[in-house]
Design a protein around this ligand. Structure first.
Ligand code: SAH
Ligand code: SF4
Length: 358
């Protein structure tokens, strides 16, 4: 049987392991700290841990999830990472530094957009990842390692995580939740729960389930349409339910967690950007405290789209501004997303493993 990876263990599981292995209780905390706070690169690299414990850990666990890390640096200072997994598959993560408006050398926060699956089964028409089939779910350690590896490469702490890379996090529920439990452990949090956002295209049963997390994370819903007719076309998952059922789940999530919801919405010309859409969108968003994030459509022509995907056209900058104002006038709280990394195919929806050197 192949060995488990130590970075797949929650703190509680590590404690149980240490108990069974006969290690003193405080060792679990030491090991956890070495991995997540001191950036140990291997079992041998761990400080304070005795040789016999290291030997036992090496017998029982693997340490590193990736065999190779490649970086692509954008002119806007975001960085796309391409990681090669132990089985040869590749995944991407995107690092985004946010600088202060008053002092552009001052970094205010660092966000990492992590992948949860290799490819995606959901086939949203505007998304490059959707054009790949689902190859497999990522293991917990492969999600957690994206954060650790980027911190090591960049030399900065990650302050915020968004599950907005490749894949649908709610369809890899168990491993995604375990990765949250590890990175934001209740006793030893590396990253605060409120600084973690899970983005979903609307997997309703899992929205209800995620609301039960002892300490909740933020939820973003990729809405992208205000009528079922349009949503069915561009987010095929919608055909299995409808916007009204989805909004019931969102309301439940808010009531349970008290955390405002983010709605992601890509305006497409002549499809979902009319005054009526603005009105409906504002109405939907006012059901619980929330923010609408308008995302400019990033080109995915490199995936050679067909059918409706080939017809999608970005709403122009000026028209997005018009749509934004209409939503505001109808009482919606709305922002336009800064797009990072489009020159390196790292922007939203462009993650399809284009391994071109830039
Ligand atoms: N599967 C999850 C998370 C990954 S997608 C989800 O769908 O929410 C992350 C975000 O990028 C989603 O809001 C998605 O709708 C958006 N996105 C996908 N393709 C895009 C594109 N070509 N341009 C802009 N945003 C895109
Ligand atoms: Fe999958 Fe999200 Fe892309 Fe849809 S937008 S295909 S759910 S990754």
């Amino acid at each position: 049987m192949s060995k488990n990876y130590i970075k797949s263990l929650t703190f509680k599981e590590l404690e149980e392991y240490c108990k069974e292995a006969g290690f003193p209780k405080f060792r679990a905390e030491q090991i956890f700290r070495q991995i997540y706070f001191s950036g140990a690169n291997s079992f041998d690299d761990m400080k304070l841990i005795t040789q016999d414990i290291k030997t036992k850990l090496k017998e029982d666990f693997e340490y590193n999830s990736f065999t190779e890390t490649k970086k692509f640096i954008s002119i806007d200072k975001s960085v796309k990472f391409l990681f090669t997994l132990q089985d040869g598959n590749k995944i991407e993560a995107v690092y985004m530094p946010w600088f202060s408006d008053d002092d552009e050398d001052k970094m205010e926060r660092t966000t990492l957009c992590v992948s949860s699956q290799i490819g995606c089964a959901l086939d949203c028409k505007f998304c490059a990842t959707g054009t790949m089939d689902l190859k497999r779910n990522l293991e917990t350690h492969e999600i957690v390692s994206q954060v650790l590896e980027v911190e090591k490469e960049i030399g900065e702490k990650i302050t915020n995580i968004v599950y907005m890379g490749m894949g649908e996090p709610m369809l890899n529920y168990k491993n995604v939740v375990n990765s949250i439990k590890i990175l934001s452990d209740l006793k030893f949090p590396k990253i605060a729960r409120k600084k973690i956002t899970v983005s979903t295209s609307g997997v309703i049963p899992k929205i209800y389930k995620l609301a039960d997390l002892e300490k909740p994370v933020k939820l973003a819903l990729s809405l992208h349409a205000t009528t079922n007719g349009v949503r069915d076309k561009i987010v095929p998952l919608n055909q299995k339910s409808n916007i009204s059922e989805l909004m019931d789940a969102i309301e439940f999530y808010y009531r349970k967690t008290n955390l405002p919801i983010t709605y992601e919405y890509i305006p497409f010309e002549n499809l979902n950007d009319t005054d009526d859409d603005a009105k409906r969108l504002a109405k939907i968003s006012k059901r619980v405290p929330s923010r609408i994030n308008l995302i400019p459509f990033n080109d995915i022509s490199f995936t050679k789209p067909e059918g409706i995907a080939a017809e999608l056209k970005a709403t122009s900058k000026e028209e997005i501004q018009r749509f934004y104002t209409q939503i505001r006038n109808y009482g919606g709280v709305v922002t336009v997303r800064d797009t990072f990394g489009s020159d390196i195919d790292a922007a939203c929806g462009q993650l399809a493993l284009s391994d071109k050197e830039s």
